[in-house]
Design a protein around this ligand. Structure first.
Ligand code: PMP
Length: 351
């Protein structure tokens, strides 16, 4: 018998949300945007010169990096892009969390963080959210190997004040602090302006939620030029051509349509606020979400029961079978019509 299995890098993988393909389903389980990408993106796809596919894409992803730099008023040298923010975050873990000391993140948070820590053999200590599901900034003041948290946090939707984030960064001058802003456009204030003030700060964002482009897989991170250089060194030691030809131009096209971006965000935020009220009237409780999802719980009906009952009707939401959150459901904000159907089902089920 050979012993090769002793040498395998074994990990418990991240479980992505289901991607069912059921006609007429209402899909509120993976925080996608219910609206299509900007018409400019669709036009860019139509205009795409397919002869370009013969050639490798620009390894620096220049078109996209420059468009991001212009939109967010930073230097191109302060931008790094990747295949979704998952790719960008994984690169950040690999590049910056090497001290051997435990990195810190909340106990209830994006469930990929502990998976990357495990796969890269990075020790970590999770820090409990308080009873209101808020991050306690003081938990991040101790010695550590790096800090990461989403703002707003996921799956709670709770937003942290920028001044509290700045306090965490200030207390950690010798390690890298990553603010994962996957949901920041739905009502938060970005930490981006702080990258010029703190050389240990990285701010990660994505096209998957607010730009309706989860299928294109575009993520990016802002940080000072030295941090971005280190990220590029690791990327070029791994896979130089991460962004494909079509994605580069469609990403840039999306950034050129600020009006559409704002319009769809406003629609989602308006729907979210209405749905918050309607769910509260039905007895649901939830932390105040500033994201494109709500994290809800009902005093009478267990979350798992509701999850399965919704699923029977082809309404998909996300249930996490984990301590502290196993009686909550994460519900993505869909179109008004989708949310009406969701609420109508709940009204009937709960009466
Ligand atoms: N961060 C958080 C907090 C998320 O919820 C997600 C979405 N699953 C991501 C990062 C990754 O998003 P993407 O890779 O689509 O950019």
């Amino acid at each position: 018998m050979s012993n090769w299995e002793n040498n395998v890098r074994k990990v418990v993988p991240y479980t992505p949300g289901e991607q069912p393909n059921v006609p007429g389903m209402i899909k509120l389980n993976t925080n996608e945007n219910p609206y299509p990408p900007s018409p400019k993106v669709i036009q860019a796809i139509r205009d795409f010169d397919t002869d370009k596919l013969r050639l490798y894409p620009d390894p620096t992803a220049g078109v996209l990096v420059n468009a991001l730099a212009e939109r967010y008023q930073v230097k191109p040298e302060q931008v790094f892009v990747g295949v979704g923010s998952d790719d960008v975050l994984a690169m950040c873990f690999l590049t910056f969390f090497n001290s051997g000391k435990p990195i810190l993140f909340p106990d209830i948070t994006y469930s990929f963080y502990d998976v990357w820590a495990d796969v890269f053999r990075i020790p970590y200590e999770d820090q409990p959210l308080d009873a209101n599901l808020c991050i306690r900034k003081e938990d991040y003041y101790k010695e550590n190997g790096g800090v990461i948290f989403p703002n707003p946090n996921a799956p709670t939707g709770v937003l942290m004040e920028l001044s509290d984030i700045e306090d965490i960064i200030k207390h950690n001058p010798d390690v890298i602090c990553i603010v994962d802003e996957a949901y920041i456009d739905f009502g938060g204030v970005s930490a981006l302006p702080l990258i010029d003030k703190y050389d240990n700060l990285l701010v990660v964002q994505t096209f998957s939620k607010s730009r309706s482009m989860a299928g294109s897989r575009i993520g990016y991170v802002f940080g000072n030029e030295r941090l971005i250089k280190y990220l590029n060194d690791v990327k070029y030691s791994f896979n130089s051509y991460t962004m494909d030809q079509l994605t580069l131009v469609t990403g840039a096209a999306s950034l050129a349509d600020e009006d559409y971006f704002k319009e769809t965000l406003d629609r989602i935020i308006t729907t979210r606020e209405r749905v918050k009220k309607e769910l509260s009237e039905l007895g649901f409780t939830m932390p105040d979400s500033k994201s494109n999802f709500l994290f809800i719980s009902h005093p009478r009906v267990p979350a798992k029961e509701l999850f399965l009952a919704l699923r029977e009707k082809n309404i998909y939401v996300r249930y996490f079978d984990k301590p502290r959150i196993d009686n909550m459901l994460r519900v993505t904000i869909g179109t008004d019509e989708e949310m009406d159907q969701f609420i109508a089902f709940l009204k009937e089920y709960l009466c």
